[in-house]
Each structure stands twice: as C-alpha cells, then as structure tokens.
Design a protein around this ligand. Structure first.
Ligand SMILES: Cc1ncc(COP(=O)(O)O)c(C=O)c1O
Length: 400
C-alpha cells in the first residue's frame, strides 16, 4: 500500500465519536447536533425538477470539462457575483463533483512531491482535506496559525522565508471553516505579493461564500480581489460549491475557476482521475447557478438563527457574529473554565447537545494549537432547534 496513507490523521468526527464513546447523553432531552457542518435546509423544488428533466442525459458519458451550457452558467454567475468583466467559460472554469474532491485532487495535480522539502501551506485550524491532500501529494504541510487579533487571518508575514521558498501551494478558506472569517483586500494583496515573489499557487476555498448576514456586504472572493488589485488570475484558482449555497450537498456539484494554464493541466489530471459530472447534475446545477431568489431565502434563514442564537451565547461564552458561514466559533475556557473536550463531553452528558471541539480542527504546530478551547457550533438545523440548543448551552454554562 501507499505508505503515505499512514500519515493521514483521523477525521475530526471520528475523534468526536471516540471522545464521547463512554458518555450517556441525558435522555430527558431530545438530541440536538451542532457538531456536523452539513446543510439541513430543504433542497429547492426547482432544482429537483431540473435534475429529473436532465435524466435523459444518462445515456451518454459526460465530458470531464462539463457541457458548454454549465460552464457558461458558472462564468456568468461569477461575473454577476463578483463584478468581473469577463470570465472565459472555455478556459477559466471547470465543473467539479463537489469542492471536496477538487480541493483534494488539485494538490495531486499541482504539487511536485519529488522536489525535496516540498511544502503546502494550510490554515490552522482548517478543513482537514487540505492536510490529507498535501500528505498524499508527497509534500509536508506548513500550518499557518489563524490569529484572533487579525480576525482569524493567518499572519503570512510570520512564515519564515526559507519555508516560503519550499511552498508550492497555499490553501486558504474564506469565509473560513471554522472561524467564519473573510480575508480582506489587504490580506489578498499581501498574499499575491508573496505568490509573485515565491511562485506558489493559491487554492482559495470559497464554498461558504453565499452564507452571510448583510445583503450589502457579500464576502470578497479571490477572483474579485485579483481584479480589484488590477491583476490577472495567474497562480490563483478558487473553489466554489452548490452544497451550502443551494442546499444540495448530496448532488456533488461545484466548480473551480481562475488561472487558465493551471486549469488546463488540472483538466488533464481529471480526465484520468475520472470525475466527470453527471448530465442530470449538470442540468440541475445550471438551474441553481442561474437563480438567486432561493439563495437569498436560504441566507435569510441563517440570518434569523444567527441573530437569535449569537446574543444568547455571547452571555455565557466568548463568541460573536462571524463575517460569514454557518458556524459560531466560541471560546469556552475563558468563561466556563472548561477545556473544549471537557465542555463537549459534559454538555452532551447533561443536555444532549453535540458540538465539535475546536482542537480537533487544528494542529499544535508552533507550540500551542490555536483552535484549542474553542468549540465549533454549526447552526444548520431549523431556527427552533438551534434556539433550543442555545438555551441548553446557556443553562449548562450557568450551572457550572
Ligand atoms: C471548508 C470546506 N471546504 C469544502 C467543503 C466541501 O464541500 P462540497 O464538497 O460539498 O462542495 C466543506 C464541506 O463541509 C468545507 O467545510
């Protein structure tokens, strides 16, 4: 077997399962899970109908590059969403079967693991696929700690020059999972300068870009940042997804967009990898990218939950409204005196509410784990369930 497989870390949910294996949740309460970050709002009917109408396409093999209508719909969506003058659907866009597989396979296509000291920079805490993709590409992750004083952005200037020289790929997540932080134009400017200096590729995971709380302030994306700074998309590829935007995590539909030369090679990789999107899914995806009404409705549901739950939890935990995304990133030890893992165990035992210990999403790479003693609270259930879960967390904290 590939020995690199042994380097993979257990997934955070496996660690959560092990952490609470001996906990018997209080059966006086119905179980509420804030642990897993999976959208739970219903899929819009028109997307299901488009999927059914697209079933005729099942009699053909789809092209890995996707059909022209899907690439056009994605390019037009990017132009509308990010005020971009011209995204070329033939060269600057590729459909992917969910951003997860693309984030993983991208490193396999981009990274030259045969170069000694090959490194990939990952945020810390992070979505664990970046780390696994790095390791299986034969590179070593360098964990750039998120800094609460910088709205959880990593301090890229704190990365030593001899590390930058070996960095081939930088993963970033904006809006971030788990912190919800959105990179500013100044953060992007610095990252682009470093990419120009050291030649690394930027993989910008933007799968939470459509979940935000102020209709006037949609999160900045990488392509928009490049455009606003008067740059081309050179060495920049963004990853987006319908999973959260349109509540279709089971459909497996997203896209990558950006540097045409990189996407050409990535397409070559993907033809071998074998991850073409089903024609039925392509039809449903076109319908979804072409409609914003359902996305606004979806956002309004998250807004209601965050407006209700955040002030309740801010009374008992160190937490505030994130820039975007569907997680609250709450520091627990300051007000409760409990570690993230103890908080998780006791909350489940006494109130049957599951959260995810932050430390499972980060690494102690530079002394301390920057995610330690935070918990991630995914507000994915409906507003009543989220409110009840928050009430139980308040009771729990007040009982300590
Ligand atoms: C940060 C981040 N990126 C990517 C994904 C993958 O999403 P999908 O493959 O459904 O597009 C997730 C899913 O939870 C995520 O949290």
């Amino acid at each position: 077997m590939n020995p690199l497989l042994d380097k993979l870390q257990p997934y955070p949910f496996e660690r959560l399962k092990a952490l609470v294996a001996d906990v018997t949740p209080a059966n006086t309460y119905k179980a509420i899970s804030f642990g897993i970050g999976e959208p739970k709002h219903p899929t819009p009917q028109f997307i299901k109908e488009a999927l059914i109408e697209g079933l005729g396409g099942l009699s053909n093999y789809p092209a890995t590059a996707g059909g022209e209508p899907l690439r056009a719909a994605i390019a037009q969506w990017l132009e509308r969403r990010y005020a971009l003058p011209n995204v070329n659907p033939a060269t600057e866009v590729l459909p992917v079967t969910g951003s997860r597989e693309a984030l993983f396979s991208f490193a396999q296509a981009v990274v030259d693991g045969s170069k000694s000291g090959a490194r990939v920079l990952c945020p810390n805490p992070f979505y664990q696929i970046y780390e696994g993709a790095t390791l299986l590409a034969g590179a070593t992750p360098y964990y750039a700690d998120s800094d609460p004083a910088r709205n959880f952005a990593p301090d890229y200037d704190a990365v030593p020059a001899d590390v930058w020289r070996d960095v081939q790929l930088v993963y970033l997540c904006s809006p971030g999972n788990p912190t919800g932080a959105v990179l500013s134009l100044a953060d992007w400017k610095r990252l682009f300068e470093l990419s120009d200096e050291y030649g690394f590729v930027i993989a910008s995971d933007e799968c939470y870009s459509e979940i935000y709380f102020d209709e006037e302030r949609a999160p900045l994306g990488g392509l928009a940042a490049a455009h606003q700074l008067g740059r081309s998309f050179e060495r920049l590829v963004v990853f987006s997804s319908l999973s959260k935007r349109s509540n279709v995590p089971g459909m497996r539909s997203g896209f990558v967009a950006g540097d045409a030369a990189i996407l050409k090679k990535f397409l070559l990789y993907r033809t071998y990898h074998g991850c073409a999107m089903s024609p039925a899914v392509q039809a449903a995806s076109i319908a979804a990218w072409n409609d914003e009404a359902h996305v606004r409705l979806n956002r309004s549901k998250y807004l209601k939950k965050f407006q209700t739950v955040t002030p309740m939890l801010a009374e008992v935990l160190d937490v505030r409204l994130p820039d975007a995304g569907f997680y609250l990133w709450a520091k627990v030890d300051t007000k409760t005196g409990l570690s993230d893992t103890e908080f998780t165990r006791q909350l489940l035992a006494q109130y049957n509410v599951a959260v995810l210990p932050g430390s499972y999403l980060g690494r102690a790479a530079h002394g301390a784990n920057p995610a330690e003693n935070y918990v991630r609270i995914a507000l994915v259930a409906d507003v009543d369930e989220c409110t009840e879960g928050a009430q139980r967390i308040v009771q729990f904290c007040q009982s300590l």
